[in-house]
Design a protein around this ligand. Structure first.
Ligand SMILES: Cc1cc2nc3c(=O)[nH]c(=O)nc-3n(C[C@H](O)[C@H](O)[C@H](O)COP(=O)(O)OP(=O)(O)OC[C@H]3O[C@@H](n4cnc5c(N)ncnc54)[C@H](O)[C@@H]3O)c2cc1C
Length: 305
């Protein structure tokens, strides 16, 4: 029978959560991982820039991690959606969508972010395949190709300058009037980057591979790759509900040990780090696992060997 009380509950069992679980399992802690199985990179066919796993599918990386983590007897994993957090005399409780409740002394949120897709037909189907967010993750594979950037203002200048390192065949799509300052527009033009201010009507693609961008004036652009920086929100509202402070950009505030502003609650991975990468999520998870274990040692929490 499943226990209902643990040392730590980790909400989110992807890279950050599994990495923390490994540190905690190896610290002989009793850990429950609650995961709804929707990591933000699930659509991308290959994950890059994480040593030993370069080019693997996102699922293969997390599957191997899951197998290794679950080899530790203190770790339990359930497929479920955590819907509510509450306080208990010993720490915290987490309720799931199915109505189950679990208790723990500490909580770790490794819940990631949800990318908010623009409502342009074809965008969501191409996301992670030919509409990409990060040159370090996917830029090498499409280097030198004709490439568009969907952005405006300061972000557009930053992205265009960065991506220009991987390809000189760049266009900037501002999807409406440009908000670039004259000197920013001049900088991009000097680099040979054309700025197109027309409103986009839809993206034509074949199985997520971008073919053309169509504009509202019925003109079209052949382009196989597009970079987009899109808004995001916290995937789980529970940290905020329990009082964890967020930054002005909507990330959970953490210190160097991944402690949030609420004692006993930690956060790791994309939900609290602007540098979104598997390696960074794994590193933050390791730090959180070690931080939680140290906190429990300092509170005199004994371990049954
Ligand atoms: C399209 C795309 C492609 C990418 N490609 C790369 C790449 O090639 N290389 C690279 O290094 N990085 C890449 N990244 C970034 C990388 O995917 C993230 O940095 C990484 O997934 C963050 O890990 P995480 O564990 O913090 O969050 P996630 O991997 O997003 O996982 C969060 C987990 O928490 C679960 N969860 C959330 N809320 C709840 C809840 N209430 N109850 C239960 N479970 C919950 C989710 O289901 C999910 O399993 C990419 C990102 C995107 C969007």
């Amino acid at each position: 029978m499943m226990k209902s009380s643990f040392d730590v509950i980790i909400i989110g069992g992807s890279y950050a959560g599994l990495s923390a679980a490994l540190a905690l399992g190896r610290s002989v802690r009793q850990v429950l991982i609650i995961d709804s199985g929707k990591p933000c990179n699930r659509q991308t066919p290959h994950s890059h820039n994480f040593i030993t796993q370069d080019g693997k599918t996102p699922q293969a990386i997390s599957q191997l991690a899951k197998e290794q983590v679950q080899a530790y007897p203190g770790i339990q994993f359930i497929d479920a959606v955590a819907t509510r957090g509450f306080r208990t005399p010993e720490g915290f409780g987490i309720e799931t969508e199915a109505g189950a409740a679990f208790m723990a002394k500490k909580l770790l949120f490794a819940t990631g972010l949800e990318d908010v897709m623009p409502q342009i037909e074809g965008f969501a189907a191409c996301w992670g395949k030919s509409i990409i967010h990060c040159p370090y993750c996917h830029g090498y594979e499409v280097r030198g190709q004709k490439t568009a950037i969907l952005a405006n203002g300061d972000v557009a200048v930053h992205m265009a300058t960065l991506v220009n390192h991987w390809t000189k065949r760049l266009l900037l799509l501002t999807n409406g009037p440009s908000s670039l300052k004259p000197e920013q527009a001049a900088l991009l033009k000097n680099k040979g980057i054309e700025i197109i201010e027309k409103k986009i009507s839809h993206f034509e693609h074949y199985q997520g591979q971008l073919k053309k961008v169509f504009f509202e004036d019925d003109s079209q652009l052949d382009v196989p790759v597009l970079y987009a920086r899109i808004p995001f929100r916290q995937k789980s509202g529970i940290p905020e509900q329990l009082g964890c402070a967020l930054t002005e950009n909507g990330l959970i505030v953490v210190d160097q040990l991944q402690k949030t502003t609420v004692p006993g609650i930690y956060a790791a991975g994309d939900n609290s780090n602007p540098m979104r990468a598997v390696s960074m999520a794994v590193a933050a998870g390791t730090m959180a696992g070690a931080g939680i274990n140290m906190e429990m040692i300092s509170e005199g929490e004994a371990v049954a060997h």
